[in-house]
Design a protein around this ligand. Structure first.
Ligand code: NAP
Length: 295
């Protein structure tokens, strides 16, 4: 049986990404340091953060407190929307806050080059292809791999077909759970050699997923929590998962993935959920990023 907690996927750079990571969005400064430390002590080797989360310094402190050597940890952080014209400053800021020399994966957080003055305005002379051209210049000593997040098929096509694009993103971090499964987008990424990481894989705060009858029945049958089942659904479908928690018992529960698997019939039942729910929309952005082309 697969040792899911040790399992990795190989990125198009040749580097490996651990399939289970700790998410840190909405993790408050005081709590996130301990959560990161707890996670690394429990065996996690992948931590996801972002400049926009405002907690990179505490994430870095948690990494150092864990005592786990830097080279054993896969760290992902992200370029904020208002920093698209300042990529070298963006990566330098994240490295400084995290207190590390390099990150393993640096993502463009959203395909939206938002002005600093007005968060509902897009730079008229800039777009994500220019941002990506700048990201391609980041030295490997600062970011071992570069990737994107919240890219639907339409925007991936624009990116991959841009004359300035020489590097295929190593990863696309997207919302993935049974109420937002995005099979077409996942298939598209696989065909292009782009690793998918599923975010809000538990449906985030106040998730309706934990009340779904099909999920609860599988949870009861397997004796696993609904969160564990949701994470295993993503793992068995082939993407990495980055559940967020600042609760020590949940850090452990979410990582308790070895020695059991979902039966194909149970995966099919989760795939058959028709209710749709999205944690992250695009109404707060100056451009549309979701086009409904993911299913
Ligand atoms: N790229 C992007 O645009 C983007 C967008 C959203 C998220 N993300 C990344 O993906 C990560 C995960 O997504 P998310 O933070 O939206 O939400 P999530 O991981 O789907 O869910 C987090 C919520 O579930 C609770 N929880 C965690 N484990 C649980 C368990 N075993 N049982 C019951 N409840 C549990 C957490 O509570 P407690 O913390 O109180 O325990 C929290 O309220 C983020 O933290 C971030 O790193 C990226």
């Amino acid at each position: 049986m697969t040792a899911w907690t040790k399992k990795t996927d190989t990125l198009n750079t040749g580097a490996t990404i651990p399939l289970i990571g700790l998410g840190t969005w909405q993790s408050q400064a005081g709590a996130v340091e301990k959560a990161v430390e707890d996670a690394l002590r429990a065996g996690y080797r992948h931590i996801d953060t972002a400049l926009a989360y405002g907690n990179e310094a505490e994430v870095g402190a948690g990494i150092r407190a864990s005592g786990v050597p830097r080279e054993e940890i896969f760290i992902t952080t992200k370029l904020d929307n208002t920093w698209h014209k300042r990529v070298p400053e963006g990566i330098a800021s994240s490295l400084k806050s995290l207190g590390v020399d390099y990150v393993d994966l640096y993502l463009m957080h959203w395909p939206s080059s938002t002005t600093e003055e007005d968060l509902m305005k897009h730079y008229p002379d800039w777009d994500f292809t220019k941002t990506w051209a700048e990201m391609q210049k980041i030295p490997k000593t600062q970011a071992k791999a570069i990737g994107v997040s919240n890219f639907a098929i339409k925007n991936l096509e624009i990116l991959l077909n841009a004359p300035t694009t020489t590097v295929v993103p190593a990863a696309n971090q997207i919302e993935l759970h049974p109420m937002n499964p995005s099979p077409k987008l996942v298939k598209y990424c696989k065909e292009k050699g782009i690793h998918c990481t599923g975010y809000s894989c538990l449906g985030s705060t106040n998730s309706p997923l934990h009340k779904n009858e099909a999920l609860l029945a599988i949870s009861e049958k397997t004796g696993k929590s609904s969160a564990q089942v949701l994470l295993k659904w993503g793992l068995q479908k082939g993407w990495s998962v980055i559940p967020k928690t600042v609760t020590e018992s949940r850090v452990k529960n979410n990582f308790d993935q070895d020695g059991w698997e979902l039966e194909d019939a149970d995966i099919a039942k989760l795939d058959a959920i028709t209710q749709r729910f999205k944690v992250c929309g695009d109404s707060w952005l100056p451009v549309r990023v979701f086009f409904g082309d993911d299913e």
